[in-house]
Design a protein around this ligand. Sequence first.
Ligand SMILES: Cc1cc2nc3c(=O)[nH]c(=O)nc-3n(C[C@H](O)[C@H](O)[C@H](O)COP(=O)(O)O)c2cc1C
Length: 108
Amino acid sequence: MIGDLVKANRSCRRFHEGHPVELKTMEELVDLARLSASGANLQPLKYILVCEPQFKILLVLAVGKPKEEIKIEAVGSDGSIRYWRDSEGVHHVPKRTLQEIIVASHTT
Ligand SMILES: Cc1cc2nc3c(=O)[nH]c(=O)nc-3n(C[C@H](O)[C@H](O)[C@H](O)COP(=O)(O)O)c2cc1C
């Protein structure tokens, strides 16, 4: 179900280098991206698929086996949405509450 996918989907910044992603898998992901929404249908993105770290990175979409724990947090009283990493390497991601982002509800 799409709700489960969204809830489980986190941005990872650490990956197991011993688990490279197959070129075919990356091609399949780009094929899905190809069918996704695009402003004015411009489809401006093109890709260089790299399975080995041999290029200087300018702009990257990284995929791989996550090598980090990620925890969703409530936004604190200071309102900061900045993510942080604790001393044990756990990555914390504050998310605004539903009440904060639904400004109004109208129904018939
Ligand atoms: C359009 C876009 C650009 C992003 N750019 C970066 C980036 O340059 N560097 C990075 O570490 N994360 C980037 N992210 C990931 C966000 O920081 C991440 O989505 C946010 O911290 C919330 O974490 P989550 O994806 O686990 O919910 C980007 C996300 C989006 C949607």
